[in-house]
Design a protein around this ligand. Structure first.
Ligand SMILES: [Zn+2]
Length: 135
């Protein structure tokens, strides 16, 4: 074995030793195994390692490993938060509109109660509407 070849082999063994619970002997066995029997898989391993290390980071919200700035779970959560915000805004608009109709006396209390029961998107919106409009 020439100096260059053994230098490359040593480099591989030292590199493999960075893995947890891989000592010198195991690293040597892995290196020989890859070079003697599994060169193709060795290359796949190298490419997968490089891709993962270059492209995987931590979710900015929960620190989970992810390829994106925000992981799928967190982005699903923020989407449902948006929906909740939408519902709250919808309900508060509805309360304002119903208040106006009430002031104009264009709607009787029974009809108003029906609308309150059916039209609100959140329980708290419905409750607030009952308190504000049905006294
Ligand atoms: Zn996350």
């Amino acid at each position: 074995m020439s100096d260059t070849e053994s230098a490359l082999l040593n480099e591989l063994v030292v590199a493999l030793k960075c893995l947890p619970s891989v000592g010198a002997r195991t690293a040597q066995r892995m290196a020989f195994h890859l070079l003697e029997h599994d060169r193709e898989k060795g290359l796949k391993l190298a490419v997968a390692m490089q891709n993962a290390i270059e492209n995987i980071g931590h979710c900015t919200l929960c620190r989970t490993l992810t390829e994106h700035a925000i992981c799928r779970i967190c982005s699903d959560k923020s989407r449902s938060d948006e929906t909740l915000n939408f519902k709250v805004l919808y309900d508060s608009d509805l309360i304002v509109n119903l208040e106006e109709k009430q002031k104009e006396n264009t709607m009787d209390t029974e009809r108003l109660a029906q609308i309150i029961d059916k039209s609100f998107m959140t329980d708290s919106g419905r409750q607030t509407a009952r308190e504000v409009l049905l006294k």
